[in-house]
Design a protein around this ligand. Sequence first.
Ligand SMILES: NC(=O)c1ccc[n+]([C@@H]2O[C@H](COP(=O)([O-])OP(=O)(O)OC[C@H]3O[C@@H](n4cnc5c(N)ncnc54)[C@H](O)[C@@H]3O)[C@@H](O)[C@H]2O)c1
Length: 456
Amino acid sequence: MTISANIKIAVLGLGHVGLPTALGLAELGWPVVGADDDQAKARRIAQGEAPFYEPGMAELLQRQLGSGRFQVAGSVPDAVQQGTILFVCVGTPLGADGRVDLSQVESVARTIARNLNGYKLIVEKSTTPVRTAEQFHRTIARYSNGQHPFDVAVNPEFLREGTALQDFFHPDRVVLGVATPEARQMLLQIYQPLLERMAASGNGSAASKGSSPLMVTDLNTAELIKHSANAFLALKISFINLIADFCEATGADVTEVARGIGMDPRIGPAFLRAGAGYGGYCLPKDLKAFVRIAEEHGVDFSLLNEVGRINDARAERIVQRLRHATWVIKGKTVAVWGLAFKPHTDDVRDAPSLRIVSRLREEGASLRLHDPWAMEQFRRDFPDQPPRLVYCPSPENAAEGADALVILTEWPEYLKADLARLRESMAAPIIVDGRNLMDPAAVRALGFDYYGIGRP
Ligand SMILES: NC(=O)c1ccc[n+]([C@@H]2O[C@H](COP(=O)([O-])OP(=O)(O)OC[C@H]3O[C@@H](n4cnc5c(N)ncnc54)[C@H](O)[C@@H]3O)[C@@H](O)[C@H]2O)c1
């Protein structure tokens, strides 16, 4: 087939991956139509309202709606019919049986099949277990009338919430899993403006070193790259958390150990921050899914089961730390700073805060919660229940009258708090720092009992 200059991109699923992808591609100059089967969400986006917090997103959405390069379709079938290249960005949650629940992917495959009206390249961007693209292809073929040719490709997404747009425009790598020369050529064409932009700015990490961040491979390898990357990142965090426990037992300092080992280029300094454990929509579910699919293919990944188990135990460790600090948790008022699974997002999916807040309630504490962006999301799981559970307008307000302060997200604004005043306003000056955000010496000098993670 010949590659048309009149490419139109359709992005199916406008969530944390789909919306940045759609807006990023529009910013690169491509005409993009987005669609989501959550009609309320699609309407909000069409009206210029970002449905979640992501730095720079609201402004980019306004700009691209204004430019006319990004539009929201009236329905998913409409977007499928308009698009030549379809990016599938729907959710892939964990099912009750420990396998990935691929119902959103399968449903979108059937919608695509029924609305094929010419050649389409269908790009799986959602994180899926190896061999999903093959099944995806079979499903579209089965439900379509066979009149229109199509290709399936895999383009896993590596963006991080909180820096999603930065990651879109300056990716470490762009992995393209393709099965045909046409798919390869079309995807290279789509990413060409990005590569040129990176080369011009010299800003992309790979481009600035003179190499292209593009990697073209087959479908199964592309799917495995994404799952392997997340499994390795989870492993790094659980590893440093175990080292933190060892540091606590021996009086060593995990932040120094992390710095010392991170200077080795074979290890690297990133993702070596000990704390309350990893969370979010990717690492916990992707790790479990990866282990499961590996087992189904006869590969024993008990190593990664252990990574998950270590992470699950982090929440209880924070509770134990608080018990140690307060002696008895029951009847105490505990301030919690940070609910999002990481800073610069309002996402609380699988956040450690969910488990820790739940445990503190079981222990009989009254909670005063604060997060700069994530309180609305957190309320869905934990509605207001004064005086047992209240959401506070500022970190200082949350700490007022509290017997202890627990830090669960390393929002930079928490470093700006006036700690001397904070100490005066608290009933007892106890800080349990689940993210090693504070400087222990400075905090202790102000008279706080300070408990970090893996630091003497
Ligand atoms: N969130 C991240 O940081 C991140 C990073 C890399 C990869 N991923 C992967 O990307 C995928 C999407 O993740 P997300 O965080 O954007 O999820 P999300 O829940 O924020 O967004 C998914 C969107 O798809 C929509 N949707 C569901 N079924 C649909 C259908 N049939 N047609 C059209 N829209 C439909 C939902 O309404 C929702 O808006 C997942 O596979 C995830 O593992 C996520």
